[in-house]
Design a protein around this ligand. Structure first.
Ligand SMILES: *Cc1c(COP(=O)(O)O)cnc(C)c1O
Length: 394
């Protein structure tokens, strides 16, 4: 092939990247539902296991369909290497445990996806890893949190649920000066609008369950970074602890990637319209949307993102009003998922963030009136009508 895939735009990478046709020349990617692989001779098996001969040995290590998914996502991200994993949480878990050991220290933002918060505050301490949580918008707080044994920082930006934004390049400088690696959970940023590796991150993690599937079907995750870095820190953990993604799920996600650019751009365009409609409504005291000039970190967004988001959050003043809004929706689903073709709205303080103690919720600004919405692919006029009616009812 004369064309260099790295010269392609994202939309082309997402359709052509990683395509590895069998001798049948199938147009769609093949689904290899197989656990293991057979060898022509005992000697061939020996060569395969020693790594002398390239090829597959067991689907917990690698699988041809999974590999197509990994190569396509790596090409989109501009990463040397990608490993597909069973879920976003498998990816976060592997990303952190591959970097940390007993006696090490981690720094993370206070506003995090609920299960990420559990791993850090409940699980890692069992293995002797301590964490300092910081206001992720405050560079001085990141700097002050660094210790001689700080080995990693975890950044989620925009963060769940209030779309708070962290300056990846600046935090990466602080972390690297302290000898720590930078892990970015890029689910809310999406690989379409934000490329953390180019901003100084060492590892990017995804829940592919969200925008990459985008049609509510399967769980999946991925970690991306430099080839040697991933081999050194993660290869053996993935092989021997078993967070492998199912080839079936990888196949669904491969097809999801084909339309990712199209979907995320359309959803974001619609979200921009809805954010203004919501922001102008008399019952809304505050809307947080990365595409609005009044977003508290608008300058950082302009610097590090090439687009905005299909997610937005807004404050209706009380839990009762938020619930009245949700119950009055006729098209938008009440659901905690995000990135889906179907628009969804949730009340974070009683769903995704209910495990967070109230004082911690208030520390990140998550009051009971907040609703978080993931804008889907329905027509903007229908969504506007549904939301305006529900706001009136709130
Ligand atoms: C959903 C999500 C995860 C976890 O992903 P799963 O695929 O549900 O395991 C992690 N981080 C963020 C920001 C998420 O939105």
């Amino acid at each position: 092939m004369a064309e260099d895939p790295n010269s392609w735009a994202d939309a082309t990478r997402l359709i052509r990247g990683g395509l590895n046709r069998s001798n049948h020349g199938e147009t769609a990617e093949a689904l290899y539902l197989t656990q293991s692989f057979a060898y022509g001779s005992a000697e061939a098996a020996d060569r395969r296991f020693s790594g002398e001969e390239p090829g597959f040995v067991y689907s917990r290590y690698a699988n041809p369909t999974t590999q197509m998914f990994e190569e396509r996502l790596a090409l989109l991200e501009g990463a040397e290497h990608c490993r597909g994993l069973a879920s976003g949480m498998a990816a976060v878990h592997v990303a952190l445990t591959g970097l940390l050991k007993a006696g090490d220290h981690l720094v993370a933002g206070k506003a995090l996806f609920g299960s990420c918060n559990w791993i850090i505050s409940q699980y890692l301490p069992r293995f002797g890893v301590e964490t300092t949580f910081v206001d992720a918008t405050d560079l001085k707080a990141w700097e002050a949190a660094m210790r001689p044994n700080t080995r990693a920082v975890l950044i989620e930006t925009p963060a769940n649920p209030l779309l708070e934004v962290t300056d990846i390049a600046e935090v990466a400088k602080i972390a690297h000066a302290a000898g720590a690696k930078v892990v970015v959970d890029n689910v809310f940023g999406t690989p379409i609008f934000q490329k953390p590796l180019q901003l100084g991150a060492d590892i990017v993690v995804y829940s592919a369950t969200k925008h990459i599937d985008g049609q509510g079907r399967v769980l999946g995750g991925a970690i991306l970074g430099g080839k040697d870095f991933i081999e050194e820190h993660y290869r053996d953990i993935i092989r021997h602890t078993g967070p492998a993604i199912s080839p079936f799920n990888a196949w669904i996600l491969l097809k999801g990637l084909e339309t990712l650019d199209l979907r995320v751009r359309r959803q974001t365009e619609t979200a921009g319209v809805l954010a203004d409609l919501i922001g102008d409504h008399r019952k809304v005291s505050r809307v947080l949307y990365p595409g609005r000039a009044d977003h508290p970190q608008a300058a950082i967004i302009a610097k590090q993102m090439t687009g905005h988001s299909n997610l937005l959050a807004f404050d209706l003043g009380s839990r009762e009003a938020a619930w009245r809004f949700l119950d009055a929706l006729e098209i938008v689903d009440i659901s905690n998922n995000l990135g889906d073709a179907k628009s969804m709205a949730t009340h974070p303080s009683t769903t995704t963030h209910r495990a967070m103690p109230e004082e911690k919720r208030l520390e990140i600004g998550l009051t009971e009136g907040f609703v978080r919405m993931s804008v889907g692919l329905e027509d903007v006029r229908d969504l506007s009508r549904d939301i305006a009616r529900a706001l009136d009812a709130a």
